[in-house]
Design a protein around this ligand. Structure first.
Ligand code: ZN
Length: 171
C-alpha cells in the first residue's frame, strides 16, 4: 500500500506509532522504546491536544516532527502547585529526596503525579504540577499504522491491541 492510498489520521482512526519526546535542549524525556509501539484512538483527547492536532492528516509510513507549546501540552506551571506539607503526610519509612515522584490526590480527586522539591526536618515541599507542565514538547513520531477503529473500540473510547480486547477495567 503506498502512502498516498493509506488512510489519513482523523477522528475514529486507531493509530500505531513510535515516538521520542525531547525538551527544547534536545534532552530525551520519554519515548515508546524500541519494542512495542503505542496505539491510540484519534480524536478523543487520549494524547495531548497539540500532538493530536499535529498528527492529523498524516499517513502510515510517515514521520512527523510536532512541536507542542505548554498550553497545548501539559499546561503552564501553576505556582499554587508548590506546597509545603508536614513530613507526617508520608509514611515514616518513605525515602524522600528532591526529585522523588509520588502519586497524590488532585483537586478533582483523581490521582496525579507529584514531585518532591525539598525536604526539611518536619516539612516537605512538593510540586503538584505535571512534570511536563510549562515545557515546550518536541515529538518525533514514526507512524506505523493507521486503521479504522472497530465499533467496539469506538464504544469503549480507546484502542484495543492486536489480540482484541485484552485490557482490564471493563467487560
Ligand atoms: Zn475496551
Amino acid at each position: 500500500m503506498s502512502a498516498s492510498q493509506s488512510p489519513a489520521i482523523e477522528a475514529g482512526k486507531v493509530v500505531t506509532l513510535h515516538y521520542t519526546l525531547r525538551d527544547s535542549a534536545g534532552n530525551e524525556l520519554d519515548s515508546s522504546g524500541t519494542d512495542e509501539p503505542i496505539q491510540y484512538l484519534h480524536g478523543i483527547g487520549m494524547i495531548v491536544p497539540g500532538l493530536e492536532e499535529g498528527l492529523a492528516g498524516k499517513r502510515q509510513g510517515e514521520r512527523a516532527k510536532v512541536v507542542v507549546k505548554p498550553e497545548d501540552g501539559y499546561g503552564e506551571r501553576d505556582p499554587r502547585g508548590i506546597q509545603e506539607v508536614s513530613r507526617d503526610t508520608f509514611p515514616p519509612d518513605t525515602a524522600l529526596e528532591p526529585g522523588t515522584e509520588f502519586e497524590a490526590e488532585g483537586p478533582d480527586g483523581d490521582p496525579i503525579l507529584a514531585t518532591v522539591v525539598a525536604v526539611a526536618a518536619d516539612k516537605v515541599t512538593i510540586d503538584l504540577n505535571h512534570p511536563l507542565a510549562g515545557l515546550t514538547l518536541y515529538f518525533d513520531v514514526s507512524i506505523k499504522e493507521v486503521r479504522d477503529a472497530t465499533a467496539e473500540e469506538l464504544a469503549h473510547g480507546h484502542a484495543h491491541g492486536p489480540e482484541g480486547h485484552e485490557h482490564e477495567g471493563h467487560d
